[in-house]
Write a protein that binds this ligand. Structure first.
Ligand code: PLP
Length: 382
């Protein structure tokens, strides 16, 4: 069995050793943070320290942040609960399922949803703004697309939204960008920001939602009034403290990590380019950790399984939609049929090395060649 080379870091990341240690320690240190004896109060203080750290990391100390069960809950909570009735929402045509399904729920409740399509491979900020009017309750976009790495300039968008309508709330799904790009919620005039722990080397089942105006926030989960009353349910102490540790480690290594991710992506792409009939589906200025390419004539499914047999973990789209046929993001970006059928997403983390990539490249080159040999591969020169 070959050693595993994990290049699916947009789906989830390997937790840092430090994160696992903190999570395990707080399974043993099991106190309920709402209790009033000393050991419990200690746990509760640690949670508050993590809250402050996360708020500081996004320049959000003037607002608040609640811990959730992950990016999906944060997104649902922001979009479904905090859109005003009889109004509209503007979003894009290439969002994550958590947003897509939340928007569908709004439509069922009679709220108009406008989905801006990418043009020339990009979401045009002016197009989003032109779809707004005085009935736009919220604009919701993803900062970095999880399948291709496309970036939306959230600072330019945030300013333009507020210029057009001060009352429109701005929600950003930052699940793929947090800890890979700088986020400043004040500069981007963000009202809600959704984060997830397992994408930044934390553990699964934990996320956070930044809220600029907590006094106007509408709840998704009712109960015992934990999280300052904004999100009930006994806190996931291990998950929250592990998230804090992941952010602490991430911030300490921020610049270095981004430099490393960019170098990995550049090296990988340069070497992949030796393969004939390669289409690059990610933009040049994509997020540093995502590279989506198509090996034309090589069905994604077949390549995925061939690579998997050699220990290489990649995916053909987002983790949650990887079992479905077409990629919604590639579809929305207007990428050709042949490219869609053969798209593979490589996504990197600080744990990957150039030596891992060399091993992966050798296997990919061999696999592509052999699959093309048996699939009557014929590409018309375009
Ligand atoms: N948003 C984006 C862009 C994602 O990539 C994901 C996960 O793949 C999510 C939201 C959902 O996050 P979680 O898995 O924490 O629910």
């Amino acid at each position: 069995m070959n050693k595993e080379i994990y290049l699916d870091n947009s789906a989830t990341t390997r937790p840092y050793d430090g994160t696992v240690d903190v999570a395990v320690a707080h399974l043993t240190d099991y106190y309920n943070p709402s209790a009033i004896y000393r050991s419990a109060i200690e746990v509760s203080k640690k949670i508050e320290t993590v809250r402050k750290l996360l708020l500081k990391s996004i320049n959000g100390s003037q607002g608040t942040l609640i811990f959730t069960s992950g990016g999906t809950e944060s997104i649902n909570s922001a979009i479904i609960q905090n859109t005003r009735k009889d109004m509209s929402v503007v979003s894009t045509a290439y969002e994550h399922d958590a947003t897509i399904k939340s928007l569908e729920k709004l439509e069922q409740d009679g709220i108009q949803v406008i989905r801006v399509k990418p043009q020339g491979g990009k979401i045009d900020i002016d197009e989003i703004i032109s779809q707004m009017d005085n009935k736009t309750s919220m604009v919701s976009v993803m900062h970095v697309n999880n399948e291709t790495g496309h970036i939306i300039d959230i600072e330019a968008l945030g300013r333009a939204i507020k210029e057009k309508n001060q009352r429109t709330a701005f929600h950003v799904d930052a699940v793929q960008s947090y800890m890979k790009m700088k986020i400043d919620v004040q500069a981007a005039m963000i009202d809600f920001l959704s984060l997830s722990s397992h994408k930044i080397h934390g553990i699964k089942g934990t996320g956070a939602l930044y809220i600029r105006n907590p006094e106007r926030f509408k709840l998704l989960i009712y109960g015992g009034g934990q999280e300052q009353g904004y999100r009930s349910g006994t806190e996931n102490v291990s998950g929250i403290l592990a998230l804090g540790k992941a952010v602490e480690i991430g911030l300490d290594n921020f610049d270095q990590n981004i430099k490393h991710l960019k170098a990995l992506r550049h090296y990988f792409l340069e070497n992949l380019s030796e393969i004939d009939d390669l289409a690059i589906n990610s933009p040049e200025d994509s997020a540093p950790h995502i590279l989506n390419v198509s090996f034309l004539g090589v069905p994604s499914e077949i390549l995925l399984h061939t690579l998997e047999a050699s220990g290489i973990c990649v995916s053909s789209g987002s983790a949650c939609s990887s079992k479905k046929k077409a990629s919604r993001s590639l579809e929305a970006l207007g990428i050709g049929e042949m490219e869609k059928k053969s798209a593979i997403r490589f996504s990197f983390s600080g744990f990957n090395t150039i030596s891992d990539l060399d091993d992966a490249l050798e296997i990919i080159k061999k696999s592509v060649k052999s699959i093309r040999g048996i699939t009557k591969y014929k590409i018309k020169v375009r």
